[in-house]
Design a protein. Sequence first.
Length: 233
Amino acid sequence: MMLKKLWENDLIKIRQENVNRISVLDGKMWDQLYPIVEYLDSSSLPLFEEEVIKKELIGMAEEALIEGITLEEKLGMPGQEFCDQILNSREKDDRRKIGEYLVEFAVHFVWFLTFFSIETIWTNQIELDMSTVILAVIGAAASLWIHDQIFIHPITDYRGKIAFRSKKSQALIILLVILCLIFADWLLWRMDIRISIPGGGRIFFAGMLVLSYLMLLVRKQYWNRRSKEYEWA
């Protein structure tokens, strides 16, 4: 329960809220909302701001459904034009979005390094293979990309009705990433570059567990602090 609370943050909450509301939205209204949300996904908006705008659009779609009008009529203009107005009214800040991804990358990197260093518990080795560190970097980058491509941007996921073809393509992507990770690990293992571990493997692994916990805490505080910049709750 404690770990679940630590895992949850305001970004996860608003995303889940959007997913839940879209999943029960009328099919015809969803067909009107779909291209607008897809257009937003391709923008350079910060992640949290993008979800806030989606939430507002979902609310307008729900109101349009009650009023018996189209979403375009509710917006007063075509959906893409509405999004362009929103994007043009906001100052472009690519550094913020990069910062968001760096936070997520750091968290994933620590998790992967912790997982890949489990073997140090049994051997209590005093050196860490450089391939383990590089593999954690590759794993973190790959997991972020997979999560971004499969679980955030594909709009079919919002409906909870992923087509069989989509599932096959997703499985293929994950398989290719795993094969790349295995090949990279083998290649780096042959290079045999090692890093000294002060105190031995068990102390190192214990330290990584503590760091994993702290990174979850930092991530939670980061997203909760970002959420205070918007009126969304």
